[in-house]
Design a protein around this ligand. Structure first.
Ligand code: GCO
Ligand code: MN
Ligand code: MN
Length: 392
């Protein structure tokens, strides 16, 4: 049990990343104050590297405090970069905080006040520069305040015009500066707004088609967010992959019907977590496995590092389960019964053509005989359950 596989140590090809805001989360919630002290970003870099992470991500304000002078900014960035150089930790993704400051209370890119929108876009340009300076090539756009409570106060169609305008401006900025950077939209149905724009992966995929440079924009789906909508996160990721739009992923845990929990990956919904890992592994996805979660409010600093290790370990254990799934003879046999191979056969071998139409029309079918088939799903599902429970 001493090989890295057997001990479920983080594997470099899994590209595990954490946000400064995740490990640095201080445990504040709507009912209670912070339970942990401020964590220095430089310390986070050292600890994450020591525990086997590949990278660290940040919002502009996580690293450079809001309102800092340019001299303060440069000094903070210098210290952070030194820690990155020392540890080899990367910064694959960056983002902008467009939700904490009171100025964004009515939205950022979709605020009704054009001055607020212009300020939000300028703040994003500066955060793009900061990300580019530290090597990030993915830029996440999570519209934390893009939404409303008072339905009468905004025209949703116009809000989408303004949203599109801001994303187009950011794409134009990246092109003009010559950065190697793409954008990943992160959908969320609610929290902190009563209702948010681009609430699900499906909405965001459709929105991308209306942009000026759709190739520069993809998705950053989050486990918790689709689950909050009662949707199947694995299906959302699969569809993003199908459209070649999975640019980044936020892994965490969430129970449907609850507040935005952002728990340690796998701590809730282990079966769903398994299918997500299996999908990422089966698809050969090369991107980052980012954990956008935070430690329980009960934890001290040691609990924060236990949380980091827990996220990565659970991923590795589930990747190992996915490997076992592929080699389990009973499961493979059950997949044949379920017709997984047949799923690959095109419905119309002659395509969507006149010949294909004629071929279907001229075929005869016996629906009763077809309906007699059993698909063995009870057995297959139980086999997967037993695999996850560790008895196979
Ligand atoms: C949330 C979001 C955020 C974003 C982050 C990066 O629900 O709070 O998931 O954590 O992912 O702001 O843009
Ligand atoms: Mn979230
Ligand atoms: Mn997120």
């Amino acid at each position: 049990m001493s090989t890295p596989e057997a001990s479920f140590a983080p594997q470099p090809e899994h590209h595990f990343t954490f946000g400064l805001w995740t490990v640095g989360n201080r445990g504040r919630d709507p009912f209670g104050f912070e339970t942990r002290p401020v964590l220095d970003p430089v310390r986070s870099v050292h600890k994450l590297a020591e525990l086997g992470a590949y990278g660290v991500n940040f919002h502009d304000d996580d690293l450079v405090p809001f309102g800092a002078t340019s001299a303060e900014r440069d000094s903070v960035v210098k210290g952070f970069r030194a820690a990155l150089d020392e540890t080899g930790l990367r910064v694959p993704m960056a983002t902008t905080n467009l939700f904490s400051q009171p100025v964004f209370k009515d939205g950022a890119f979709t605020a009704n006040d054009p001055k607020v929108r212009r300020f939000a876009v300028k703040k994003t340009f500066e955060a793009i520069d900061l990300g580019a300076e530290l090597g990030a090539n993915i830029y996440v756009m999570w519209g934390g305040r893009e939404g409303l409570e008072c339905e009468a106060a905004k025209d949703v169609r116009v809000a989408l015009d303004r949203y599109r305008e801001a994303v187009d401006l950011c794409c134009a900025y990246v092109r003009e500066r010559g950065y190697e950077m793409v954008f990943a939209l992160e959908p969320k149905p609610n929290e902190p707004r009563g209702d948010m724009f681009l609430p699900t992966v499906g909405h965001a995929l459709a929105f991308i088609n209306e942009l000026q440079w759709p190739d520069m924009v993809g998705l950053n789906p989050e486990f918790a967010h689709e689950t909050m909508s009662g949707l199947n996160f694995t299906h959302a990721v699969a569809q993003a992959l199908w459209h070649s739009k999975l640019f980044h992923i936020d892994l965490n845990a969430q129970r449907a019907g609850k507040y935005d929990q952002d728990f340690r990956f796998g701590s809730e919904g282990i079966r769903d977590a398994f299918y997500v890992v299996k999908l990422l592994e089966d698809s050969g996805w090369q991107g980052m496995r980012h954990f956008d979660a935070h430690p329980y409010r009960t934890e001290d600093e040691q609990g924060v590092w236990d949380f980091v290790t827990g996220c990565m370990r659970t991923y590795e254990i589930l990747a190992d389960k996915a490997e076992r799934f592929r080699h389990d003879a009973d499961i493979q046999e059950a997949l044949i019964v379920a017709g997984l191979g047949e799923q690959q056969i095109p419905t119309s071998p002659l395509g969507a053509t006149s010949a294909g139409i004629d071929d279907i029309i001229s075929s005869s079918f016996d629906p009763q005989a077809l309906a007699e088939r059993g698909y063995g799903h009870e057995r297959l599902d139980q086999l997967v359950t037993e695999l996850l429970l560790g008895v196979r």
